[in-house]
Design a protein around this ligand. Structure first.
Ligand SMILES: [Zn+2]
Ligand SMILES: [Zn+2]
Length: 141
């Protein structure tokens, strides 16, 4: 036999844990999204493809899409272009803008965010599982 009151207490603790988690995730998500994960030049979210975050020598991060565009219009014979954020002169490495190092910070944040989204999904599953258990307890006895 199930002990109903014990299971309910456990459930309450789970629900309150979940709401804390959701709150934390949504705050972080907004912060990350606006401050770190959006290219300041084209206002697109960074990703692993066209908008790959690239770290410039001035430590600013700009997406590959913007760098390609800027480099095409600025470099000519100089092999360098100006950072769209601070105007510092950036030397293009041999191999072009795509050879610039990726921004590890942004990649880590993207990674963290997708992990948190997965956690959010699994906590939703957990909550619906819990609701089902409660439903069974309440309506099948
Ligand atoms: Zn961009
Ligand atoms: Zn810069």
């Amino acid at each position: 036999m199930f002990c109903c009151s014990r299971l309910t207490r456990l459930g309450e603790r789970m629900v309150s844990m979940n709401s804390t988690l959701v709150e934390t995730v949504s705050i972080n998500y907004e912060d990350f999204n606006e401050s770190f994960l959006t290219c300041g030049t084209c206002l697109c979210m960074y990703d692993g493809q066209e908008h790959t975050p690239k770290l410039l020598q001035c430590s600013h991060t700009v997406c590959l899409h913007c760098l390609t565009r800027i480099a095409a219009s600025q470099t000519r014979d100089t092999g360098s272009f100006r950072c769209p954020i601070c105007r510092e002169l950036i030397t293009i490495p041999r191999g072009g803008v795509s050879a610039l190092p990726p921004s590890f910070l942004v990649n880590q944040l993207l990674d963290l965010m997708s992990r948190q989204r997965r956690e959010l999904d699994s906590s939703t599953d957990c909550r619906s599982w819990f609701n089902n258990v409660i439903h069974d307890l309440l309506y099948t006895h």
